[in-house]
Ligand binder design. Structure first.
Ligand SMILES: [Zn+2]
Length: 592
């Protein structure tokens, strides 16, 4: 069963690829297109392009992309029908994804997918155990006493792992999962002597951890009975990587892109509470420092990062360390310092949600200003520190990417250090690095620049075919896929046949739906960009076709010569004569 083509078309009509991609990639307008850092591979120079006119996106680095459905398929790692459904929801078109026969006929899910399935199954089961069982009551009461409303529990699918060594084990086994795989997924632990498997999480409140696609890949189990440790997290597994995962990124992505800023919090509990209080572009790492992978993920979404760590000394040190690193990487960094050693959760508990969001809006300081204030006392009273910090702050200012904020901070620093702001500015400029070399040459799709005579005829022919279905219908019977010498063109011709069987007008974003390989998508885009005079002149198409067919004969002359050689090697005179005759004929023909 397929989703009705008219439904697919309607969703496509109503969806703007620019909107969709913008939720994942920070885009800048460059000429007719938009360009940004590719969400599919790590890079420093943007090679991901979105064309609003053509409604396609494409990475010149890793070749991924396509139309809006393909983008969603790729980025969420879901099948086509799911992508249609998701995009349908955005524009209020309900799509019934046929289940059953089609999805179950898919080959056995990969190990990774099975691990995710196990996590998601357990998520419902733990959630049920929290809300509907007697064993879960104490944990539920504990959560409520800590300000977790029903709404939060529902939204975060918080659950409860009973105090039972085989709760998860037996459930997954009953569902037919491989217990070894459940161990690899981190849900079970193993006795290294008896090799018995048992539940890793017991008597804990279970917080699902989701990856950027919103799939559950791990858990943080919090004790409510003073067990050690306070939080037990899933181990590193093939699906859970602490260096990559940012808690809440799947939920916060849209608001991060919309507000063009992100808040980094110390723990996922703070994220849950801040989000509930109305501050939504919030994420946290899972108990690790911010890694290079994390900042790569963030950079694709926004350049503005605010650190909202605990108000205690550990929080301050973390702000300094992370802030410094991000500053040197070219981010705009801000810091919010909460009063009286509070963390966001404490602040919300004490002052309420509204006061919290107001505080956040009011107390956002540029990182360098924050740093200056933190060391103010030392700078004023300790001359050695004065010298050290003057050098450091001068260099820090040189890293700042916003010229407006740079001026402001420069002024503040000049006052505190009691130096002339012009001379401070000169020192800053000495430090200033050369502008990062954003090689601004927009990369162009592989133009079919280096084609031989035959390939040029082939591409020109195909180009005309994309312009007009009638032209295609008129000439296609004269051609076979094999008549094309270039492999891409063979495939393009084949795709066009399928496409025109169901469509009347060639549109790049539509035709891409018929293409799976990234390479071939790229070839179609290059074809789309291929320049040709607008109208075929009389006989132009016939000329191309003749060239194609002549090439085919060229091919066969080689074969003929080869066969002749074979025949002489075998001393088969009869055969030699036969092939000589054919070759002679071939040359006579081509002379005409
Ligand atoms: Zn890429």
């Amino acid at each position: 069963m397929r989703i009705d083509q008219s439904v697919i078309n309607e969703i496509k009509e109503k969806t703007d690829i620019l909107d969709v991609v913008s939720e994942y990639v920070k885009l800048e307008k460059r000429g007719r297109n938009y360009i940004g850092l590719c969400p599919f591979h790590d890079e420093k120079t943007p090679s991901f392009t979105v064309s609003e006119d053509k409604q396609i996106c494409h990475c010149f680095g890793c070749k991924k992309g396509g139309n809006v459905f393909q983008f969603i398929q790729e980025i969420k790692d879901i099948p086509f029908q799911e992508a249609v459904k998701e995009l349908g929801e955005r524009v209020n078109i309900q799509v019934n994804v046929p289940t059953g026969s089609e999805s179950s006929s898919h080959q056995i899910a990969s190990d990774d997918l099975q691990m995710i399935e196990m996590h998601e199954l357990m998520q419902s089961y733990y959630h049920y155990a929290l809300l509907k069982t007697v064993e879960g009551e104490e944990a539920l009461n504990y959560l409520k006493s800590r300000g977790f409303t029903e709404e939060i529990i529902e939204k975060r699918k918080i659950g409860f792992a009973p105090d039972h060594p085989q709760f998860c084990h037996d459930f997954l086994q009953k569902k037919g999962y491989d217990i070894e795989l459940a161990y690899e997924a981190g849900l079970l632990a193993r006795n290294e002597e008896s090799f018995n498997y048992y539940d890793r999480f017991r008597n804990r409140i279970m917080f699902p951890l989701k990856n950027a696609q919103g799939r559950t890949v791990g858990y943080s189990g919090r004790t409510y009975t003073n067990q050690e440790p306070k939080y037990l997290n899933s181990p590193e597994t093939p699906i859970f990587h602490k260096r990559r995962l940012l808690y809440n990124l799947d939920q916060a992505r849209r608001s991060i892109r919309k507000s063009d800023e992100i808040y980094l919090l110390e723990g996922f509990m703070d994220v849950i509470k801040s989000d509930q209080a109305g501050l939504s572009p919030v994420v946290a790492t899972m108990g690790t420092e911010l890694s290079q992978e994390h900042s790569t993920v963030i950079r694709k979404l926004t350049n503005n990062v605010t650190l909202l760590y605990d108000g205690d000394e550990a929080g301050q040190n973390a702000s300094l360390k992370t802030g410094q690193r991000l500053l040197e990487q070219g981010f705009n960094i801000f810091v919010i310092k909460l009063p009286n050693n509070m963390d966001p959760d404490d602040y919300i508990k004490t002052h309420g949600e509204e006061a919290f969001t107001q505080f956040v809006a009011r107390e956002k300081k540029s990182f360098v200003t924050y740093k200056i204030n933190l060391h103010k006392d030392e700078i004023l009273h300790n001359d050695l520190a004065y010298e050290k910090y003057l050098k450091e702050i001068t260099q820090d200012i040189s890293y700042m990417s916003s010229s407006i904020l740079r001026k402001k901070v420069l002024q503040e620093a000049a006052e505190l250090f009691k130096v002339n702001s012009d001379s401070l500015n000169r020192s800053v400029n000495q430090y200033s690095r050369f502008e990062p070399s954003h090689d601004s040459d927009v990369r162009i799709a592989p133009d079919f620049g280096r084609l031989n005579k035959y390939e040029r005829a082939e591409v020109s022919l195909l180009k005309h075919f994309t312009r007009d279905k009638d032209t295609f219908l008129n000439y296609q019977q004269k051609l076979e896929v094999e008549d094309f010498s270039n492999n891409y063109f063979k495939h393009i011709f084949d795709v066009l046949r399928n496409f025109y069987a169901e469509n009347d007008v060639f549109k790049l974003s539509d035709v891409l739906q018929y293409v799976e390989s990234d390479e071939l998508k790229e070839a179609f885009m290059a074809l789309d960009n291929y320049m040709l005079n607008d109208m075929p002149y009389e006989q132009e198409l016939e000329d191309y076709i003749n060239i194609l067919l002549a090439n085919k004969q060229d091919d066969s002359i080689d074969i003929l010569k080869h066969r002749l050689q074979e025949a002489s090697r075998l001393n088969d005179l009869e055969l030699q004569k036969y092939y000589l005759e054919k070759i002679k004929k071939y040359y006579q023909n081509t002379k005409l």
